[in-house]
Design a protein around this ligand. Structure first.
Ligand code: NAD
Length: 475
């Protein structure tokens, strides 16, 4: 672990095996942290807090900019660690490096924008200032390890907070390396990385009385748990970036080739479908149904599944055994369901490495209660359903208690504008899918989360407004 600017090997701690999901080989071990390790990291972050808070904002931004430079300079190493640990194709992880660098630079550049307002007030002067919370607990999932470890540090640091980062127990290697790089850039205690299980390290971090601000990216189930846990004995600000079962709607007037390409891109098959924003249920107008499915089948036939280190691989390994079994159960549910027609894929192998082919099920008979249409699979499985009219498809899209992203395909501005206002989602693409643009607010409605990240709102969410009123004689 990295605590107080130095490597920390907890005395007598257990070790969690790091298993390469593409081979099944154990390649490393990481410390299974305990509540005592979290306490130590929080104490270091708390001690570093006054100094970091007093550091001029421009200097904080400059140092966060150096984090972006370090991620860029060590990009290949970080991408290789993730390929080994997480199983996504190396060439796609290089893309995660680029996104991380852009996002960290974006927040570094905002350092002087955290400014308050002057408010007209009778008999005096009124203004607001933004102040940091102190120690931020940042918990991230397994699907984009280096990208989340790097980008999710930037906004809280720029806002003047110190951070305790807890990566997924399944993919901690790149976060540990980023912790080492941070130790060369920031004063001791400003960035700390603790590893271990969610039920011990995560539980202690989120309920710790000296951590007033929690930001979590992960599943809905854990998010609900964290909201309860965080409320144990103090009031905290908790933001949550959670799961989705995101609809993609292809209207009759869509550019069909583009919509097919968008449906495949939107599934993030090149990360084995393991992305929260994946458009995993496609609603397709009945007039273009056959052509759409034929197009998707043709495109997926060309994807190569295999070794993440092979530069020609499109789809890598599923991150760990538990996730493989979970996704497999969804594939089996589709294969066993007479309402679901297998269009492409369906095969799996787990003897040496965990691989699941991109899989598409068509529900020719229309919407139904299949789990493939109602639950987040978080794997390479797309469900496709025909629809007839606008009201029907919007009602279907909005029927779930989730609302992260949505994607609309149409050549009509009227249809696009109507659908974007009706869809219950935090981020809507029109004639596009799965595009992340630094500066735009990403986040969910309903059970997909609370709060917005990747834009200026993320920065302000890590600061608290203080209002100051100064009475002035004669004003
Ligand atoms: P997860 O919820 O199982 O774990 C996420 C993190 O929470 C891990 O670090 C884990 O150790 C920790 N954790 C687990 N139990 C905890 C507890 N009781 N207290 C505190 N921390 C705990 O999620 P995952 O399986 O790693 O990731 C997949 C999920 O993440 C999917 O549902 C996906 O949609 C979601 N996700 C959302 C976004 C977004 O931006 N909305 C982005 C990526 C992933």
């Amino acid at each position: 672990m990295v605590i107080d600017g130095a490597p920390h090997v907890p005395a007598g701690a257990g070790v969690l095996d790091v298993v390469d999901p593409a081979t099944g080989d154990t390649v490393a071990g990481i410390p299974a942290g305990t509540a005592a390790d979290v306490d130590r990291a929080v104490a270091a972050a708390k001690a570093a807090s006054p100094g970091w808070r007093a550091t001029p904002a421009a200097e904080r931004g400059r140092l966060v900019g150096r984090l972006a430079d370090a991620v860029a300079a060590h990009g290949e190493e970080l991408a290789q660690l993730d390929a080994l640990d997480n199983g996504s194709p190396l060439r796609m992880l290089r893309n995660d490096v680029r996104l991380a660098v852009d996002q960290v630079r974006y927040f570094a550049g905002l350092a002087l924008e955290l400014r308050g307002q002057s408010i007209p007030a009778p008999g005096g002067i009124d203004f607001t200032v933004f102040e940091p919370f102190g120690v931020v607990g940042r918990l991230v999932p397994f699907n984009h390890p280096l990208m989340f470890a790097a980008t999710k540090l930037a906004a809280p640091l720029v806002a003047g907070n110190t951070v305790v980062l807890k990566p997924s127990e399944h993919t901690s290697l790149s976060a540990l390396r980023i912790g080492e790089l941070c130790a060369e850039i920031f004063p001791p205690g400003v960035v700390n990385v603790v590893t271990g299980l969610g039920s011990t390290v995560g539980a202690r971090l989120t309920s710790h009385p000296d951590v007033p601000r929690i930001a979590f990216t992960g599943s809905v189930e854990t998010g609900l748990h964290i909201q309860r846990q965080a409320a144990a004995d103090r009031v905290k600000v908790v933001t949550l970036e959670l799961g989705g079962k995101n609809p993609l709607i292809v209207f009759a007037d869509a550019d069909l080739d583009a919509a097919v390409a968008g449906a495949v891109h939107g599934m993030n098959f090149t990360w084995q479908g393991q992305s929260c924003g994946s458009t995993s249920r496609a609603y397709v107008h009945r007039s273009v149904w056959d052509r759409f499915l034929a197009g998707v089948e043709a495109r997926l036939g060309g994807l190569r599944v295999g070794d993440p280190f092979d530069e020609t691989t499109d789809v890598g390994a599923i991150v760990h055994r538990g996730q493989y079994d979970r996704v497999s159960r969804y594939v089996e549910a589709g294969l066993d369901d007479p309402r679901a027609r297998l269009v492409v894929g369906g095969s799996r192998r787990d003897e040496k490495g965990l691989f699941i082919e991109p899989t598409v099920f068509a529900f020719d008979g229309g919407p139904c209660d299949s789990v493939l249409l109602t639950e987040e699979v978080f794997g390479p499985v797309l469900a496709v359903v025909p629809f007839d009219d606008h009201e029907e498809v919007v009602a279907l899209a909005n029927a779930l208690p989730l609302g992260l992203t949505a994607s609309v395909w149409t050549s009509s501005l009227d249809t696009a504008m109507r659908a974007t206002s009706e869809l219950e989602a935090g981020y809507v693409w029109v004639n596009a899918s799965s595009v992340h643009i630094p500066g735009t607010p990403f986040g969910g409605v309903k059970n997909s989360g609370v709060g917005r990240e990747e834009g200026v709102e993320e920065l302000t969410s890590y600061a608290q407004q203080k209002n100051v009123y100064i009475r002035v004689e004669g004003k």
